[in-house]
Design a protein around this ligand. Structure first.
Ligand code: SF4
Ligand code: SF4
Length: 312
């Protein structure tokens, strides 16, 4: 299966979650649509199931009772038994399996498939049931991920549908996308939560797999068409972005571009279990944390420069 984002307007997007009634991801009550696939590999990512552009099997050892019924229905012979009695999945083989009978058969619901191919219209029909909440609260839809703008054809078509009924659409983006693929619609989004993980390009490459050059280029372009709609999001991660120096550089960037809001996201380890479910390693060291005091110091640095700061 291809890792390439969509090219054909009739094609489906790949979505790994839809969550209703969020109040932290934009104004009012919002439905979050999580698009699967991201060009970055942040070591602290709490949505690792959003990184690859294809469906994936997630298996929970916590729920699994080692009955091996899943192996007996697998048409590809992709499940074997580990020494400890748990099933082992050949994940590359799973990619070619359409029906995924293992997840239906498991009596413990220990197997789930992350990632579903849906058309923009299918997602629109799913979210529009919340139209009344959106209208009464000033809310709407926030596209998240993964990197939503890595599926520009899906986003463009979805946005068109939402605009026909006046549903607000905002986006949470890593900023790592090809400007030419979104330039015709990006200005029509209602707001942008724009990640600046850290200002040091070498460190950025070390911890995300990519330098921040494209991200900084894109935010300058975006600011030229809608600085007031941008909130810069900084994940405060130990040893990456938690220094006053990094925050000051971010503040300077915002001031230069006319951006007046920064959101600080406190590091947590809540995604750790998902790595095991996906058969991957969580690369952050254990017992890392960011104290409330650190968050408070960083908030003051931002506010001192006249920039609004939201701490989450
Ligand atoms: S069917 Fe479910 S409970 Fe049984 S071994 Fe497979 S994953 Fe575990
Ligand atoms: S998804 Fe298909 S190939 Fe993969 S383990 Fe389940 S049944 Fe087997």
């Amino acid at each position: 299966m291809s890792e390439t984002p969509l090219e054909d307007p009739e094609e489906q997007g790949i979505i790994f979650d839809i969550q209703d009634y969020s109040v932290h991801d934009g104004p009012g009550i919002r439905t979050l649509v999580f698009l699967k696939g991201c060009p970055l590999r942040c070591t602290w990512c709490s949505n690792p199931e959003g990184q690859l552009f294809h469906p994936e099997i997630m298996h929970s050892r916590m729920k699994c009772k080692k009955c091996m019924k899943c192996a007996s229905v697998c048409p590809k012979g992709a499940i074997s038994t580990r020494k400890d009695g748990f099933p082992r999945f050949k994940r590359r083989v799973c990619l070619t399996c359409e029906a995924k009978p293992c997840s239906v058969t498991c009596p413990q619901r220990a197997i789930r498939v992350s990632g579903q191919h849906l058309t923009p219209k299918e997602v629109y029909d799913r979210i529009k049931v919340n139209s009344l909440f959106f209208r009464n609260s000033g809310g709407g839809v926030t596209l998240s991920g993964g990197e939503p703008l890595a599926q520009p054809v899906f986003v463009r078509e979805f946005l068109k549908l939402c605009k026909t009924t006046g549903i607000s659409v905002g986006v949470e983006t890593s900023g790592h996308f090809k400007w030419s693929t979104v330039s015709d619609f990006i200005g029509d989004l209602d707001f942008y939560f724009y990640d600046i993980k850290c200002m040091d390009s070498t460190l950025h490459k070390q911890v995300t797999g990519k330098s921040n050059r494209l991200i900084l280029q894109n935010i300058a372009k975006l600011a030229s068409i809608g600085a007031s709609r941008i909130t810069v999001s900084v994940p405060i991660v130990p040893g990456v972005s938690d220094s006053e120096e990094n925050i000051l550089e971010t503040v300077n960037l915002c001031q230069k571009l006319g951006i007046t809001k920064i959101r600080l996201l406190q590091y947590h380890e809540l995604g750790r279990g998902k790595y095991e479910d996906l058969g991957r390693l969580y690369r952050m060291p254990s017992n890392q944390m960011i104290s409330k005091d650190t968050m408070s110091v960083l908030r003051k640095v931002i506010e001192k420069h006249g920039i609004e700061c939201i701490v989450l």
